[in-house]
Write a protein that binds this ligand. Structure first.
Ligand code: GLA
Length: 748
């Protein structure tokens, strides 16, 4: 059903679809109050009357104005609050004129409704076809300060999500500065939640961390110029008594890739204000007369089936309304990436042998990673010079691409467009294109500086360089990397055109999106994989353009159990680029079985990243069989429902179980992983599959007897037999880091 908007009494706005309701209303001061977001309710003026009646809290409250001493904003649930106007909590928006703060007062003017949200490459945003979406725009104005505010809400027919964003316009005759313009969030009447965040570091991205809310502020942020390895913009508020599978949970994310802040502030009455948006520190946007500023979109999701249910809501929303439609259901190529196979140490002959070995095992696309351009033999030179390294490619990059295509493989290349090496031709010509104040000390990371993507000439230059290579190679795939964060943020371009440096970080990310848009407009079929020193920019802004992102530079199967668990809480499996790599693992030196590396990687978009020319035939045969199996299972990864059955965070810390059910419910891929062998491992021997059809019967790969759905649901799936002395003869798991993949097929 198309989402509907009911406007009750000209003051209550009820946006709903089959599953959820979102209700906002006019407060007595004509600002926008928040009433409800959760399972669909039927709302009439009468039923809502009691809930919109205002009771003033006693004890030291400040009231909004002398006209109404019964009313304060201090305890109101609001849609887009302002600090310091009888509310002492953090606000969503703030502005100054000169050095004077403006106490903004946006009052209701009217509303509009539309039913289309087209996809537009210019900036990342959710989209929906005509009739699939309802967009409510509430118009507010602050006449005293010459500003209007449009509050936008989008609801889709197939999702519990509500998307929020704002447009602020200067309709006065003097410039002002926006010092805070968050994308909103959700005011909640209680504080009975845990703040669930995905945090870590390089090679340890998106581990699940959770803490209870308490009076005060719980917050995460990035001020690194990227969404970051350290904190991800996805946050959940989980009911304090909820579990992985049960209880209410709200999800929040931003369709954005730069600095952000997400916070939950609990006030003295245990009300919670969750907000997410552009990080207000380092942000100052000059709003000249007649110009507007539009905030990135915040995606708010709801589930009453715990964090696992919320993850499915998030995944479906991202697949249907964020990722490019051409990639949604299309099988992604299984790539062989040269990085961990050869690093910088290669020539044409070595690469062609590698690619040919890949072709033999069933690889679709050969990706030539770092080291093919400029004079790059290590990470100390040539970023910015995207011309072939002639010493390594005597027949040019076009000649090499032709050889790859002749093998029957697609061809992919690594670029790091946003970076520049101190040793490069580009820096010699354009020293002012480096992010930093001129002539000052500047920090260096991975031997490189950041290019000023706030400067359109820089973006145009990179597009021109890249398109030459794409044209010459008939490229099918790009790995877009980004390997350092921004320090000494300063744009010489913005200084030259007289814009505030407070605009830099946002304009930088807009420049990144502009290059994406130019590339995808010129080359709509090229698959651009996102990457940022592993998973340092795994966010919805990048996913809007890149349907998949390299999850982490740590490809060890055990490490990946944690990283992929966290990532799957907020993002679809198809977005996760997972490679099977060699052992001992390059990051942790751990040796895991090839089968386990594959069983973990298949819960995502599969690739390989090891020197196949050095592997024995038995390994090559096993890899060929894995790729054949993956191609059969890939539709489940692209369109199925992912189920967390056990995680290291909530289980007994030694086993993990994941499942994907096909969209048509015909098949289930069930992955079971055990870290360390244990002498009485059979103590935990079965696991319930709550999502199966209890009327059906399921055959299970490798097991003789089919099992009824009711048994799987209530008694549970018998887990793989483990080695524990007497079980030796039947053991399916023997030793450390073992795993088992079971395919359950519904038999009617
Ligand atoms: C980053 C990426 C790796 C690889 C290297 C190349 O670390 O995450 O996958 O591309 O850069 O320098």
């Amino acid at each position: 059903m198309r989402p509907l908007l009911n406007v009750i009494d000209n003051r209550i706005f009820h946006l709903h679809n089959d599953s959820v309701s979102y209700i906002l209303y006019l407060l007595p001061n004509n600002q926008l109050g928040h009433l409800y977001y959760g399972p669909r309710v039927t709302a009439t003026a009468q039923t809502l009357e009691a809930y919109t009646k205002l009771e003033s809290k006693s004890g030291g409250t400040v009231h909004f104005s002398a006209e109404n001493t019964m009313f304060t904003l201090a305890d109101q649930l609001q849609e887009y609050p302002v600090y310091g106007t009888s509310d002492f909590r953090q606000g969503a928006i703030a502005a100054t004129r000169g050095d004077a703060p403006l106490y903004l007062n946006f009052t209701y003017q009217g509303f509009a409704e539309s039913h289309e949200k087209p996809r537009n490459l210019a900036l990342p945003a959710s989209f929906g076809q005509a009739g699939q979406v309802t967009v409510l725009t509430v118009d507010l104005a602050d006449a005293a300060h010459g500003l209007t505010l449009q509050q936008h809400y989008a609801m889709f027919d197939d999702s519990a999500a509500v998307v929020r964003w704002q447009t602020v316009t200067n309709v006065g005759d003097a410039a002002l500065t926006l010092t805070r313009a968050l994308s909103g969030g959700l005011d909640l009447p209680t504080a009975d939640y845990r703040f669930v965040q995905l945090s870590g570091n390089w090679a340890r991205e998106r581990h699940v961390k959770s803490r209870p809310l308490a009076q005060g502020t719980t917050a995460i942020e990035s001020q690194r110029g990227a969404s970051s390895h350290q904190q991800n913009p996805y946050v959940a508020l989980q009911a304090a008594d909820g579990t992985l599978q049960s209880g209410e949970a709200f999800g929040f994310n931003l369709i954005y890739s730069g600095n952000f802040q997400a916070s939950a502030e609990v006030n003295e009455w245990n009300q919670t204000r969750f907000m997410i948006g552009l990080h207000p520190d380092q942000f100052a946007w000059r709003l000249d007369p007649t110009t507007s500023f539009t905030t990135p979109e915040a995606v708010v999701t709801y589930s009453n089936a715990g964090l696992a249910g919320l993850s499915r809501t998030n995944a479906d929303f991202v697949r249907n309304h964020v990722i490019a439609p051409i990639w949604r259901d299309r099988p992604r190529p299984v790539v062989l990436n040269s990085w961990e196979a050869a690093y910088f140490d290669f020539d044409t002959e070595k690469l062609l042998k590698l690619a040919a070995a890949g072709k033999k095992v069933g690889i679709d696309c050969f990706v030539l990673d770092d080291g093919w351009f400029g004079h790059r033999d290590d990470d100390r030179s040539s970023l910015g010079d995207w011309q072939v390294y002639a010493k390594k490619f005597p027949h040019g990059i076009d000649g090499f691409a032709q050889s790859i295509h002749d093998l029957g493989l697609q061809f992919g290349l690594w670029f790091e467009p946003e970076m520049i090496s101190p040793r490069s031709n580009l820096i010699a010509v354009h020293p002012d294109w480096v992010v930093a104040p001129p002539h000052e000390r500047r920090a260096i990371g991975r031997n490189q500086y950041v290019l000023d993507f706030a400067n359109p000439a820089v973006v145009d230059n990179l597009f021109a360089q890249m398109s030459k290579v794409i044209d010459a190679t008939h490229l099918e795939y790009i790995k877009w990397d980004m390997n350092r964060n921004i320090t000494e943020a300063y744009s010489q371009y913005l200084a030259a055109i007289g814009r505030p440096q407070g605009e830099f970080f946002h304009r930088y990310i807009q420049g990144v999106y502009r290059l994406y848009a130019k590339l995808l407009t010129a080359y709509p079929d090229v698959l651009i994989e996102g990457c940022a020193g592993g998973g340092g920019r795994f966010d919805l802004g990048i996913l809007f353009y890149s349907p998949q992102i390299w999850v982490s530079d740590d490809s060890d199967a055990v490490e990946r159990l944690k990283i992929q668990t966290g990532t799957a809480l907020g993002y679809p499996l198809s977005a996760m680029s997972n490679h099977v790599t060699a052992v001992p693992n390059g990051q942790v030196n751990r040796t895991t079985p090839l089968e386990t590396r594959f069983n973990v990687a298949l819960f995502g978009t599969l690739g390989y990243e090891l020197d196949l020319t050095q592997e024995p035939q038995s390994v090559l045969d096993a890899i060929a069989a894995q790729i054949r199996l993956y191609k059969k299972l890939q539709p489940l990864v692209l369109t199925g429902d992912f189920h967390f059955l056990r995680t290291l965070e909530d289980g007994e810390h030694n086993t993990v179980a994941w499942a994907i059910e096909a969209a048509d419910h015909s098949r289930i891929a069930f992955g079971f992983y055990r870290l360390l062998a244990n002498p009485d491992g059979n103590a935990v021997d079965r696991l319930r599959l709550p999502f199966v059809d209890s009327q059906a019967s399921y055959s299970i790969s490798g097991r003789a007897v089919p099992v009824s759905g009711a048994v799987l649901k209530h008694l549970g799936l018998r887990l793989p037999y483990e080695f524990n002395g007497p079980n030796q003869a039947v053991a399916e798991l023997a030793g450390d880091f073992q795993s088992k993949l079971l395919i359950l097929t519904k038999e009617g």
